[in-house]
Design a binder for this molecule. Structure first.
Ligand SMILES: Cc1cc2nc3c(=O)[nH]c(=O)nc-3n(C[C@H](O)[C@H](O)[C@H](O)COP(=O)(O)OP(=O)(O)OC[C@H]3O[C@@H](n4cnc5c(N)ncnc54)[C@H](O)[C@@H]3O)c2cc1C
Length: 394
């Protein structure tokens, strides 16, 4: 099969012919050689994937869909998604750090001034510096806009931020933090550089999923930032955040597809090499049912995710939410089926199957829980149908 799964290649070929085969083949070779071998240890020892992110940046792969002036490969977004899928298949801890870093880069692309783009995108795409997205607070991530306690106060030459954020990926490692805070009760988006006095971090959380990716609380204790560190307009934070999260959800859907594919390939290998009554367990109908259901789920999740990556406008929002919802639930099913197929071996760390089953959880929760995505998809659909002149009883 090769590291670059056939399913990916087929979708990219439908979209662009064979134009990107070479770049994807070389990316696959790099990821298989440089990222995959350390994944189990990154998880076991909770080693930060910073080295992997730096290597990906050096190759232009960390945000490969950005213009080449930032040191990127300037690929179409679906092709970048294919690279992120391979990274996530190799090492989900690296995949989630890269996906959230990409969400931040998107914030700069959409809302940054020319100066901010030059300064931050060059460093975040070409040099291996990474970013963190600071939204969730201890009061809860889902209803954050109404519950937000982090505040910004305007001063003559800038802003002062006070408050805290929790469950923040890349915290402590990142050189810049995109922070949502209330400025006179209106959610506003700011940049806080790592060396800003008053910015500090908790010890990393000891978590079950993506254990290598660093997740901390972030504290803002009178963080004084210059007025140039406003990202977008004052009060625009909620709509910027939703836009960035929509793009981010395609990234997390991709992470889910990568984890599913990893569990699937190990299952095929195991089912064809483990014997029962003299023939491989792949010949047993109940095992065949699991393999078929994993394959259908992954193919459907991948199609939905790459489709989301290739569309725009209001339709993109629904597709991005559908992709994350479906791909994350598929990843959970695949990891569970994979564990059934591996039986006792699947409980052992060496199989990596228990790791895949743990890692899935970040895709079900991060950048929007399953429950909130179900509501969002339904709400967007109803809105679409209500606007459509064709909606009638028939
Ligand atoms: C590994 C990891 C990395 C993360 N990285 C980041 C990061 O980099 N930056 C960041 O800002 N956050 C990050 N998060 C936080 C994540 O975005 C939040 O955990 C998520 O938004 C849910 O918030 P919560 O955990 O506080 O759950 P809550 O919001 O408290 O929800 C609890 C339960 O109630 C349900 N619920 C709550 N409100 C509603 C509602 N209105 N309608 C329907 N159901 C509802 C939820 O679906 C869930 O089942 C990360 C989380 C994890 C696990």
């Amino acid at each position: 099969m090769g590291f670059y799964a056939n399913g990916q290649k087929k979708i990219i070929n439908i979209l662009y012919g064979s134009k990107y085969d070479d770049v994807l083949d070389s990316s696959a070779e790099f990821i298989e050689k440089e990222i995959a071998p350390s994944a189990a240890n990154i998880d076991k020892e909770k080693v930060s994937p910073k080295g992997n992110l730096e290597r990906l940046a050096q190759q232009g792969m960390i945000a490969s869909h950005f213009p080449d002036k930032y040191g990127s490969l300037a690929l179409p977004y679906p092709v970048h998604i294919a690279i992120l899928e391979m990274v996530s298949k190799a090492c989900a801890s690296t995949g989630v750090s890269m996906a959230i870093h990409n969400t931040c880069c998107e914030g700069f692309r959409l809302y940054g001034t020319k100066k901010q783009k030059e300064k931050y995108l060059t460093s975040l795409i070409g040099t291996g510096n990474i970013a963190a997205f600071c939204l969730t607070e201890t009061s809860g991530g889902t209803n954050i806009f109404s519950n937000m306690k982090t505040v910004a106060k305007k001063e003559q030459d800038g802003y002062v931020i006070n408050g805290s954020k929790t469950f923040i990926t890349n915290a402590g490692l990142a050189s810049v933090y995109i922070v949502f805070a209330k400025l006179e009760d209106k959610v506003t988006m700011f940049l806080v550089d790592k060396d800003t006095p008053g910015l500090s971090f908790s010890k990393p959380f000891d978590k079950d999923c993506v254990r290598g990716s660093v997740t901390c609380e972030v504290f803002f204790d009178g963080c004084k930032i210059p007025k140039e560190n406003l990202l977008g307009k004052e009060g625009g934070g909620s709509s910027y955040c939703i836009e960035m999260l929509n793009k981010g959800r395609v990234g997390i859907a991709t992470l889910a597809v990568g984890i599913s594919q990893a569990a699937f390939e190990k299952s095929i290998y195991y089912a064809t090499t483990r014997n029962a009554k003299g023939s491989p367990i792949a010949d047993l109908q109940l095992i065949q049912k699991k393999i078929a259901s994993m394959a259908c789920g992954i193919d459907a999740a991948r199609l939905l995710t790459y489709h989301a990556a290739s569309v725009s406008g209001e339709y993109f929002s629904r597709m991005a939410n559908e992709a994350k919802l479906f791909a994350s639930k598929t990843a959970l099913e695949c990891a569970v089926e994979s564990k059934y197929i591996h039986a006792a071996h699947g409980c052992m760390a060496e199989s990596n199957i228990e790791r895949h089953l743990r890692d899935v959880w970040v895709t079900l929760i991060g950048e929007g829980t399953v429950e909130i995505l179900e509501q969002t998809v339904s709400r967007l659909l109803v809105k679409e149908y209500q606007k459509s002149p064709g909606l009638s009883f028939w």
